[in-house]
Design a protein around this ligand. Structure first.
Ligand code: NAG
Ligand code: NAG
Ligand code: NAG
Ligand code: NAG
Length: 389
C-alpha cells in the first residue's frame, strides 16, 4: 500500500507534466553540468576573486532602505526551482528570486507564494534564496526512476521533500530533504559570501515541511503520534542549526581572522526571524480523495491534526530556547479549510477540481497560483510591520 501511495504523486505530476515541460528550458534548473553539491562548499564555487568570502567581514551595515533576505526551506509547495550553487543567476535587485526565469518552476504551476511575497506583498526589496527542494544529484537517476521519456529537466516538478530522507523516503531517492537543504544553506548563503551579506535582523527563514512526511507514512503501522514527535525533533534540530551553527561559525572565523569581528559576530550572526507553516488538510487534495477510502482519509486527517498541534508546541519551545528569536506560525491548515469550505467566496469553482482556470488546485496535489496568491497575502498580513512586509 505505502509503495503504491508513493507512486501516486508521480502519476499526478505526469498529468500536469505538459505545462511543466513547456517551461523547462534546458539547463535552467537541475544543472546537470553543475549538480548541487553541498559538500564541496559554496564559496569554492565562486570565481577566484570572491572565493574565501566566508571569512570576509560583513561590510558596512546596509542602509535603512537596503535589501532584505528571505531563505525558504521546504518541498514542492515552496520550491521555485532555484539553484543556489552560484552557477546560475543569484538573486539581485531587479531579479529578486534569481534563477530560473520568474515565476520559476512550482508544484502547482505558475507563481507561488514565494513569488507573490517577494515581489507583490513585499514592503522592501527582498532577495529570496529559495532552498526548498527541486531536483539534484545525478539527473539520469531521476529520469530512470521517473520513467521520463524526453526532455532534460522535468524532474523539478517532483517535489517530495521530507524532513529526513531515511526516516520517510521521498518517492525519488534524489530529493533533497530538509536536512540536505539546511546543509546546503550552511555551506552556501549561510557563509555570508559577498553576494549575500545578510544579517540576523534583515533575514527571514521560512520552513514549510511535513506534507510528504505525513502523506508518505500515515498508513504505516506503529504509533503515529510518536513518529510525529520524532519527525519534529529532527525538524527542529535543523532549525536550531540555523541559529547556533551560524553563530559558532562566525565566532570561530573571527578568532582566526580579526578580533574585532567578534563584535559583529555577536550582533549579526545566525537566523533570528522564523516563519513556520503547518501541514494543510492533505486529505482534501484530489489525489488523496481519489486514492484513499474514508478510513484512510480520516486517518490522514487525524495524523495531520496531531502533527500540527505538536508543531505549534515546538515553535513555542524553540522561541523560548533562543533569546532574541522571533517566530510566526502561519496556520495553513485552517486557511486551506476556510477556503475549501467556501470556495466560491474566494473565487474558485469548487473544492475539488484541478488544473483549469478557476480551480483551487493547480493539479491533484498542489494549489494553483491564485490560491498561492491568497496564501501570500495572508502571510504578509501575519507579518505586517516586519522589515519584509
Ligand atoms: C517589492 O519588490 C519589487 C521587486 O524586487 C520591487 O521592485 C519593489 O520596489 C518592492 N516594493 C517595495 C515597497 O519595496
Ligand atoms: C535520519 O534518520 C535516520 C533514521 O532514523 C537517523 O539514523 C539519522 O541520524 C537521521 N539523520 C539526522 C541528520 O538526524
Ligand atoms: C481502506 O484503506 C486502507 C488502506 O489505507 C485499507 O487497509 C483498508 O482495508 C481499507 N478499508 C476498507 C473498508 O476498504
Ligand atoms: C528546547 O530546549 C530543551 C532543553 O534543551 C529541549 O529539550 C527541547 O527539545 C528544545 N526545543 C526545541 C524546539 O528544540
Amino acid at each position: 500500500m505505502s509503495s503504491l501511495l508513493r507512486l501516486l504523486p508521480i502519476i499526478a505530476f505526469v498529468v500536469s507534466g505538459v505545462r511543466a515541460q513547456m517551461g523547462c528550458v534546458a539547463g535552467a534548473i537541475c544543472t546537470i553540468q553543475h549538480p548541487r553539491d553541498y559538500n564541496t562548499g559554496y564559496a569554492q564555487q565562486f570565481s577566484p576573486t570572491v572565493s574565501g568570502t566566508a571569512t570576509t567581514p560583513v561590510s558596512s551595515p546596509p542602509p535603512s532602505n537596503a535589501v532584505r533576505y528571505w531563505f525558504p526551506f521546504g518541498d514542492s509547495y515552496t520550491t521555485t526551482g532555484f539553484d543556489p550553487s552560484g552557477h546560475l543567476a543569484l538573486p539581485t535587485v531587479g531579479n529578486p528570486l534569481g534563477n530560473p526565469p520568474f515565476p520559476g518552476f512550482t508544484g502547482g504551476g505558475g507563481e507561488n507564494f514565494v513569488g507573490f511575497d517577494t515581489i507583490t506583498y513585499n514592503k522592501s526589496t527582498i532577495l529570496t534564496y529559495n532552498y526548498a527542494y527541486v531536483c539534484t544529484k545525478p539527473l539520469s537517476e531521476n529520469h530512470r526512476l521517473a520513467g521520463a521519456e524526453t526532455g532534460l529537466l522535468r524532474t523539478y516538478a517532483y517535489g517530495g521533500a521530507t524532513i529526513n530522507g531515511t526516516l520517510v523516503a521521498p518517492y525519488l531517492p534524489t530529493v533533497l530533504s530538509l536536512i540536505d537543504q539546511v546543509h546546503e544553506f550552511l555551506a552556501g548563503a549561510g557563509t555570508k559570501p559577498v553576494t549575500s551579506p545578510w544579517t540576523s535582523a534583515n533575514s527571514l527563514f521560512t520552513v514549510w515541511i511535513g506534507i510528504n512526511d505525513l502523506g508518505n507514512s500515515f498508513s504505516e503501522p506503529g504509533d503515529r503520534s510518536a513518529f510525529s514527535d520524532l519527525l519534529l525533533e529532527e525538524y527542529f534540530t535543523q532549525v536550531q542549526e540555523l541559529v547556533r551553527r551560524l553563530q559558532a561559525f562566525r565566532v570561530s572565523t573571527s578568532r582566526l581572522f580579526s578580533p574585532s569581528l567578534k563584535i559583529v559576530a555577536n550582533s549579526a550572526v545566525g537566523g533570528k526571524n522564523f516563519l513556520f507553516i503547518n501541514v494543510p488538510p492533505m486529505e482534501r487534495t484530489p489525489l488523496m480523495i481519489a486514492g484513499q477510502n474514508a478510513t484512510g482519509l480520516a486517518l490522514l486527517k487525524s495524523v495531520i491534526l496531531t502533527y500540527n498541534s505538536k508543531l505549534a508546541t515546538k515553535v513555542v519551545s524553540f522561541k523560548a530556547n533562543n533569546t532574541g528569536v522571533k517566530t510566526w506560525l502561519w496556520d495553513a491548515h485552517t486557511e486551506f479549510n476556510t477556503i475549501l469550505d467556501n470556495p466560491t467566496q474566494y473565487g474558485f469553482v469548487d473544492a475539488v477540481s484541478f488544473g483549469n482556470t478557476g480551480d483551487f488546485w493547480g493539479n491533484n496535489y498542489h494549489p494553483s497560483s491564485p490560491a498561492h496568491q491568497i496564501f501570500a497575502q495572508q502571510i504578509s498580513a501575519l507579518m505586517a510591520g516586519t522589515p519584509w512586509f
